[in-house]
Design a protein around this ligand. Structure first.
Ligand code: SF4
Ligand code: SF4
Length: 408
């Protein structure tokens, strides 16, 4: 499509990037068919083509107001539209640029500003978030349904693992902010699987939140600061021989894989951030290269696999977890509309509760249709969101891998 962006904006890197993305869109509308919010609302402005048009209006004529904010806020950043788009439009990046500009030009009501501040000040910081989360989990049975939905069930049984530094082969694991508190079993199960392969899974003590949360809330400097801290924490471990940075939460994986872009203009970090992003693997990418040929579950399991958007659309990783699960003896049940988001989407379930709930209800229906014994997924956000409905047990897929063992 033709563009006429403001010349001052075009003089910036972000302006040029937005211009090139806008020009790559031919406005064909194929993407609307796979957009979850368009499917729910049937409004062109709640689909990718409409949102692209709103961002174009804002960048060309400064024409943005509460309506622009409403429709951009309703976007899940699931990036299903990118997977569908035949022209390769990088919608997710355009949305980031649009949201950052929108925050500068359109004020939010004080309640929204306050809620966003609170989320940013608490959620990415485990020491601050832990007391709130534990109190919420303790009070959970007494909470009204709307609030109960937002508090993840208490997960127990993580157990202890042996010293990870004794293994000859090593990888770096991200403990994560929410994951370390809400689903601690995930990284412990990952370490057990890695250890059975002769690999240690090291968590760097000074690493923290990957930065996805501020990035999606149009706070790019906060996201950059978190990326810098993680580069400082992980780089020495890679230099000391760790093979890769292995991500057990796909929402963090998609963010870390972007560190090279996020820190591209920081001369002190650009090179290391790029290298680190290149050496980042999803857990499925690491395990698929290992010898798991004889691993089997003690009993076959009937499971429904929920592929997070950050895995299938954000990182374009498909088919690997499925192969690993099939290999250990899982019977995967068919799941309709597997490309659609479950409605978790970072803080979306808090900021857009109605749409989020509608999407979750539809996802649970699709996942439970063929009677699985459990649902498995690859991202802490999806896991907590689906589990909170208390309809089916929901786990990280690595928990199944940890139950499997090599056959003699
Ligand atoms: S983003 Fe892609 S699919 Fe959607 S309207 Fe533009 S070119 Fe078509
Ligand atoms: S990112 Fe997801 S919700 Fe947003 S426009 Fe694309 S498909 Fe729709």
């Amino acid at each position: 499509m033709q563009t006429r962006l403001d010349p001052d904006l075009l003089a910036t890197d972000a302006g040029q990037e937005a211009d090139s993305i806008l020009r790559s869109c031919v406005q064909c509308g194929f993407c609307t068919a796979t957009c979850p919010t368009y499917q729910l609302r049937g409004d062109e402005l709640d689909g990718p083509r409409g949102r692209i048009w709103l961002i174009k209006e804002m960048l060309e004529r400064d024409a943005a107001g509460p309506e622009t904010q409403l429709h951009l806020d309703r976007c899940l950043t699931c990036r299903a539209c990118e997977t569908t788009c035949p022209s390769g439009v990088r919608y997710g990046r355009l949305l980031e640029i649009g949201r950052e500009r929108l925050e500068l030009h359109v004020a939010r009501p004080w309640r929204e500003r306050w809620l966003r501040r609170v989320l940013l000040a608490l959620v990415p910081w485990p020491r601050r978030f832990r007391p709130l989360l534990r109190t919420g989990q303790w009070l959970r049975p007494m909470l009204p349904e709307r609030l109960r939905d937002l508090v993840p069930l208490l997960q127990t049984g993580a157990g202890r693992v042996q010293d990870q530094s004794v293994f000859g082969r090593r990888v770096v694991l991200l403990a994560g902010c929410v994951q370390s508190l809400a689903t601690p079993v995930t990284n412990r199960a990952t370490q057990r699987v890695l250890n059975a392969l002769g690999v240690g899974g090291i968590e760097a003590p000074h690493a923290g939140c990957c930065g996805a949360l501020p990035q999606h809330m149009a706070e790019p400097e906060a996201a950059r600061e978190m990326a810098r801290r993680n580069v400082d924490a992980w780089w020495p471990l890679l230099e000391q021989g760790a093979e890769a940075l292995v991500m057990t939460a796909s929402g963090c994986g998609v963010q870390v894989r972007d560190y090279g872009v996020i820190l591209a203009s920081d001369p002190d970090y650009a090179e290391r951030a790029y290298e680190l992003a290149q050496r980042t693997l999803d857990l499925s990418e690491f395990l698929i290269g290992e010898d798991l040929g004889s691993w089997q579950l003690p009993e076959p399991q009937r499971v429904a696999w929920h592929a997070p958007c950050t895995l299938q659309h954000g990182q374009r990783i498909t088919g690997l977890v499925e192969r690993l699960l099939d290999g250990i003896g899982c019977e995967r049940v068919p799941v309709a509309d597997a490309h659609l988001c479950c409605g978790a989407a970072g803080t979306y379930s808090i900021l857009q509760p109605q749409l989020s709930r509608q999407l979750r209800d539809a996802k649970i229906l699709a996942l439970s249709q063929h009677g699985p014994e459990r649902v498995v997924t690859a991202n802490v956000g999806c896991q907590m969101h689906l589990a909170a409905a208390e309809e089916l047990p929901v786990q990280h897929w690595v928990q199944l891998m940890a139950e499997a063992r090599p056959r003699p």
